[in-house]
Design a protein around this ligand. Structure first.
Ligand code: BG6
Ligand code: MG
Length: 222
């Protein structure tokens, strides 16, 4: 195992925006006379804005025209942007900046691979934009996670082969995408939900990059 690059998802990995996506989608669902809980929300993680809306409409059994869907997606995004408006560098998740420092000190390249079209805005708000050599977001892909395109493009941009990359993800679909790309995976969150990942950690507190690599080496068949 020779790691030359780390590719990070954004929402729920770098910054705790997953809860704001959930809250704004739930508000939209409620307006449509429908509700969903965190179990269903797992299926929205890593999914594009339109993809998420289509799923929610399907669950609600509601049909909308393309025009109406566009308007609903704009409305959800406006609510989401209101929620994240005052985010600042305090809101990067604990341990993330330290991990990025460690990677830089080891000359390991850093990229972002996110489904969000707001990714660059969020990275700027939390002061980490300049730490990412390559940023692949929802504006730059045609096939969303679990398709491997996001992570393949990130690795190509860095000039690193997939077998030398680790992907950090909080979404099942993101872990599937990274596996499909032929990369190592670290799940951030619940081990039951992210069971396909090579390593699962609840967050970046109290664990170093070397410890993550040790666990990965011990649990991953080569
Ligand atoms: C992903 C989130 O990172 O981005 C999803 O996990 C979200 O919940 C998706 O729907 C798209 O985000 P945005 O910011 O383009 O609406
Ligand atoms: Mg995520």
């Amino acid at each position: 195992m020779e790691i030359k690059a780390c590719i990070f998802d954004l929402d729920g990995v770098i910054v705790d925006t997953a809860k704001y996506h959930f809250a704004s989608w739930r508000r939209m669902a409620n307006e449509l006379g429908f509700d969903f809980k965190s179990k269903e929300n797992e299926r929205l993680k890593g999914v594009s804005r339109m993809g998420s809306l289509n799923l929610i409409l399907e669950w609600a059994g509601v049909e909308k025209t393309e025009e109406e869907k566009k308007a609903l997606a704009v409305k959800k995004n406006d609510w989401y942007l209101e929620m994240v408006e005052n985010m600042n560098s305090d809101e990067a998740l604990d341990g993330v900046a330290k991990l990025l420092d460690t990677l830089e000190s080891k000359n390991i390249k850093i990229a972002l691979g996110s489904a969000s079209r707001n990714a660059e805005l969020l990275l700027k708000k939390i002061g980490l934009h300049s730490r990412f050599e390559v940023i692949i977001d929802g504006n730059k892909v045609t096939k969303g996670k679990p398709d491997p395109e996001t992570f393949q493009k990130a690795a190509d941009g860095l000039g690193v082969e997939a077998k030398h990359c680790i992907v950090f993800e909080d979404a099942t679909k993101g872990i599937q995408a990274a596996i499909a790309a032929g990369m190592y995976t670290v799940g951030i969150g619940n081990a039951d939900v992210l069971s396909k990942a090579n390593v699962v950690i609840p967050n970046f507190n109290n664990i170093s990059f070397d410890e993550i690599l040790e666990i990965m080496a011990a649990t991953t068949k080569s």
